[in-house]
Ligand binder design. Structure first.
Ligand SMILES: Nc1nc2c(c(=O)[nH]1)N[C@H]1C(S)=C(S)[C@@H](COP(=O)(O)O)O[C@H]1N2
Ligand SMILES: [Mo]
Length: 375
């Protein structure tokens, strides 16, 4: 894909091209087999011509996209006056190898739950258990000295500067987090398996609170820079670079048509954003009607029975922030007619989310409406 479409967050996979707001059948099946989305069932948002994971095996081997040949550089940004005493570089043969990363993971490794959502799409792409080494551990190994305000990072991009997909973070966010927050992760496992090429492996950046674009796939280089501003590739296309993930609810399986006065079930997902999730609400109104009352009732599913044994950070209160969880509810029968179902969340501050808000580039957050015919 060209950089222009790339910067608008457009994508190559089939279901995403379908822009219909209620295209329930075309959504990725988040957590179809449980709470986590199997790697091959995720939605893709990707760019690269060719896509890195489609290169022939011998090319992937050569360009460092296999565990045997992958390595990560952490160096001073050549376009700034940043000073780094012990750069981890391919030239000096000090870049971190895959084996070294996994070895570091044995003592300094971290696991946590995080869903990935593109700020330009209504549906989450997948919900994962990520495992890796906090980026700060690697940054300290490079001995940063002076003039560093930002961390820039990018993945393999066919050695073509026009295909560069770079994201950035302020240095403080890499070096520490408020209590209860999760570290930036250089991740090599997803759902207990090594990360597939399609999902961004061998190694991918994971930024817990951020929308998809900060979670760079095919990670190969980290630049320590004196750049003060967010010069992410995603600044193009009008994207809001700073908005954290928001709390919202979506339908997953809801009937389009039911018999009069017969009970039926509605099921959905909720993304747990910055303000947390306390409950999901639904509303039923006649089609074309404005307003409509919101009702409590939907049950938020989870946690998985054996979660305590997963060894994850930050999952003490359920549901944890930055995850995607399932909910369900049984509705009493309705008289015959044409209806509209809606769902929303109430956050931990007691505020309805999405508000709704009109600022779509900071993450899609409209209230979903689903048509229902009662016969
Ligand atoms: N190297 C690279 N990383 C990338 C992208 C990309 O095009 N190239 N797309 C980003 C965007 S915009 C999103 S939304 C997420 C999507 O992650 P997924 O394809 O694993 O669902 O990957 C991010 N990481
Ligand atoms: Mo995205």
């Amino acid at each position: 894909m060209s950089l222009d479409t790339a910067s608008e967050g457009l994508v190559s996979s089939g279901w995403l091209a379908d822009g219909r707001p209620n295209a329930l059948h075309s959504q990725p099946q988040i957590g179809l087999h449980g709470f986590l989305t199997p790697q091959h069932e995720w939605g893709d948002v990707e760019r690269g011509d060719p896509l890195p994971y489609t290169l022939p095996p011998e090319v992937r081997h050569k360009v460092g996209l296999t565990p045997e040949t992958w390595s990560l550089e952490i160096v001073a940004d050549p376009d700034s006056d940043a000073m780094v005493e012990a750069p981890l570089s391919k030239d000096k043969e000090t870049a971190i190898t895959f084996d070294q990363l996994v070895e570091l993971g044995k003592t300094q490794g971290v696991k946590y739950l995080k869903g990935v959502t593109c700020n330009n799409l209504g549906e989450p792409l997948g919900m994962g258990l990520w495992e890796g080494v906090p980026l700060r551990v690697l940054v300290w190994m490079a001995k940063p000295v002076a003039n560093i305000r930002r961390v820039l990072y990018h993945g393999y991009h066919n050695d073509d500067p026009r295909q560069l997909f770079q994201s950035t973070l302020p240095i403080w966010r890499v070096l520490e987090e408020p209590p209860g927050e999760l570290p930036i992760l250089v991740a090599y496992k997803l759902n207990g398996e090594f990360i597939s090429g399609r999902r961004g492996g061998p190694v991918r950046m994971v930024v817990p609170e951020a929308y998809g674009f900060k979670n760079v796939k095919w990670l190969q280089r980290v630049l320590l820079s004196n750049e003060p501003g967010a010069n992410d590739t995603y600044r193009l296309g009008n994207n809001d670079l700073d908005s954290p993930m928001k709390t919202f609810a979506r339908f997953l399986t809801v009937p389009r048509s039911v018999a009069a006065n017969a009970q039926f079930a509605i099921r959905g997902i909720a993304q747990v954003g910055i303000s947390g999730l306390s409950k999901v609400q639904y509303s039923v109104r006649h089609r074309g009607e404005d307003g409509g009352d919101w009702h409590d009732g939907p049950e938020i599913l989870g946690p998985p029975d054996d979660l305590a044994h997963w060894g994850v950070m930050g999952a003490d209160a359920w549901p944890p922030r930055w995850t995607v969880v399932h909910w369900q509810h049984q509705l009493d029968g309705l008289p015959a007619g044409e209806y509209e179902l809606r769902c929303r969340t109430i956050d931990r501050n007691g505020i309805a989310q999405p508000m709704p808000r009109p600022f779509a580039k900071g993450g899609r957050a409209e209230i979903q409406t689903h048509p229902l015919t009662v016969q």
